[in-house]
Design a protein around this ligand. Sequence first.
Ligand code: IVH
Length: 665
Amino acid sequence: MGKIEDHKRIIKLRQEIARLRDAYHTENTPNVTDDVYDSLTRELRELLKKRPEFNDINAPENRIAGKPLDKFLKVKHQSRMLSLNDAFSYEELYDWEKRIKKLLPQNSKFEYFCEVKFDGLAVSLIYENGKFVRGTTRGDGLVGEDITQNLKTIESIPLFLPPDKGGFRGVLEVRGEALMSKKTFTALNKKNKKDGKTLFANTRNAAAGSLRQLDPQLAKERHLNFVAYDMSSLPFTQNHSQKHEILRELGFKVEKLEAKCKSLPEVIKFIEKFAKVREKFPYGTDGIVISIDDLKLQEVLGVIGKAPRFMVAFKYPAEKATTIVKNIIVNVGRTGALTPLAIFEPTLVAGSTVSKATLHNMDQIERLGLRIGDTVVIEKAGDVIPKVVEVLTRLRTGKEKKFIMPKNCPVCEGKVEKKELVAYYCVNKKCPAKNERFLDHFVSVFEIYELGPKILRRFKDEGLITDAADIFTLTKEDIVPLERFGEKSAENIIEEIKNKKKVSLAKFLWALGILHVGEETARDLAVNFGTLEKVIASASLDLVEIDSIENIGPAVSKSLHSFFTDKNNLHFIEKLKKNGVVVEKMEKVKAGKFTGKTFVLTGTLLEMSREIAKEKILALGGKVSGSVSKNTSYVVAGVDSGSKLTTAQKLGVKILDEKEFLKLL
Ligand code: IVH
C-alpha cells in the first residue's frame, strides 16, 4: 500500500482499537475476542514500524486502556499500574532479550522468572500496618476505582496480614488479578440464560462485571478469587521470585506453576509445559509473564511508555486473527462446482501463516456480507482449515467491491449454471480443471499414492494419459524416458498401479466422482445393490428403487440417473474394465440376528462412534435409517438425543439406551 493508504488505515485501526478498548475496559462488554483485538493492534504496530512518521504519543495505543467509572470513588495509585508488552512468537522473545542485553552492563548475569498470565481484572490492595484498607481497579493506570467493599467479599484476600511474617511495617501494596473460575462462569451464564439476563462473554468480563457494580452482596455471590503476583519492594527483597515467596507466607494465593529459568530455551520449555495444561486450567489465562528476576536490574531497565522493559507477556498463538481480503477467486472442482476462495494478506493464526480460505459458496459470502477489500476475522482451531467468521464493517473505506460469480468458467470459459439454491457449476464436460481435479480424486480413492497431482499433470502434458483409465495401461517404458524419472521410480509407479487394480464396489462408485456421491453414499449404494451392473441398471431405469434406500434422497438419485445414462460415462467404465480394473462385488450380508430390523441412531454414543455402531448393525443383517417411521424397529438414543427420540416416543417405537443396545449386540 502507498503512504496515503497506509495513513488512512492507521486512522481507521486507531479508531476501532479505541472503541474496542473502551468496550473492553470500561463497559466490560467486548464485542470481539482478545485474539481479534490483538490482531488489529499487531497490524497497527507493524504499519507504524513501516511509517514511523505517523507515530503519535497521544494516540490511544500509547495510553493505558480503561477510564475509571464515575460511580466509584477515584483513587490515585501509589505508583502507576503499567501494562505489558506482548511477544507473539519465540522470535519476538529473542528480540526482547537482544534489546535488554544491549541496555544492561556487558556480560551481566541474570535469570528469568516465568509465571502464568491470568485473564482477570488487575487490582491493587493497600495494607496499612497489616490491615486491608483499600482495593482499587487499574483504571487508566494512574487513577483507579475504589472497590474495597466488593474486594472484601473475596475469601482469598486476607483482611489482616500475620504480624510475625514478612517483617514490614507501614504501607504495603499487593497487586494481582481478581478472577472467576471457568466452572463458576459456566454456572453463572447458565443461570443468567435461564433468567433471561445478558450473558458474560468470558471469565474476565464476568469477574470485572461482578466487582464493578455497587452491591457487595452480589459480588460475594459470584465466588471470585484473587491471585497475587506482585508487591511493593521491601528493604530486603532482591528478586521478583522472592516476592512470590513472601506473598505466600503472608497468606496470599500465588500460582504454584512458576519457574526460574537460566535462558530463553528454558523459558520456552516452561511456555510449552503450560500450553499442555492450559485448557484444563481452572482459570482463564492468556500467556506467560516473563521477567528479569533481579530487582536491581529491573530498575536499570526501567519503563518505556506504558510498559516495563524488564517484563514481557508471551501470548499463546491466537485461534482468531484479522486480515484483509485482497481478492476472491473461483476454483473449479471435479464435479464442476465453482468454489469461491478468499485470498488474504498473509497472517499468523494458531501458529501458522494463512493466506487463503474457502468461502464454500455464494450463500456464505452473502451471509457474511463479505466484499473484496474487507477486513475479516479468520478462525483456525488446531489443524482445522481456516474459515472467515466475521466482517469488521467499521474498518471499511468505501472502496470495497462486491463479489459476483462469473458467468463463464474461469478455466475453460464454459457456461456456468446455477443448480440448487447456492451452487454454481461449470457445465462443460471437457473442462480441463474439472478433469484434473477428477484425476486427483480418482487416484486418491484408488490409493495410488505414487501418482501425486504433479506427476499426473506431467503425464497428461506428455500425452501419456488422457483420462483416468489410461493410468492402468501405463508401462515402465512409457515413464523411464521422462526427465527426472529413473528406472526405480518408474518401477514403483507401475507396481503400485498393478496392485491397486482391484477395488471394492463402494470405492469404485466413490471414485467415479458422481455429483452428491461421496464415500458414505457410495457405501450405502454398494450395500444395497451388491454389483455395479445392478447399480447401473437401477440408476438408468428405476428411480424409485434408489430413492427408497435409506439415506439417499432425490438429489442423489437424480444425479445417479444423469450419470449412468450418459454414454461417455458408460464408455469410461467399460474402458476401465478393459484396462484391467476389477470391481469386486459387495458380499450381501448373510442373514443375521438383525435381518429385517431397521435401526435409527440418534444422539452421541459413548462407547463407540455412530459409524461403528452402524457397521455392527449392518454386519448382523440389519438396516440403518436416517429417519424414524412406523417401520423403525429400534431407536438407539445416545446422549443429547433430539427430535428423533420425540418422534419415536410419539410413534411408540422401541427405544434403546446405549447399554441396552450393547446388550442386544
Ligand atoms: S505482572 C507491569 N504478572 O496482565 C504490569 N501481570 O497485560 C504487569 N496479569 O495489568 C504486572 N497475570 O493485570 C503480571 N502473573 C502476572 C499477571 C499479570 C495477569 C495482567 C495484569 C496486567 C496485565 C498486563
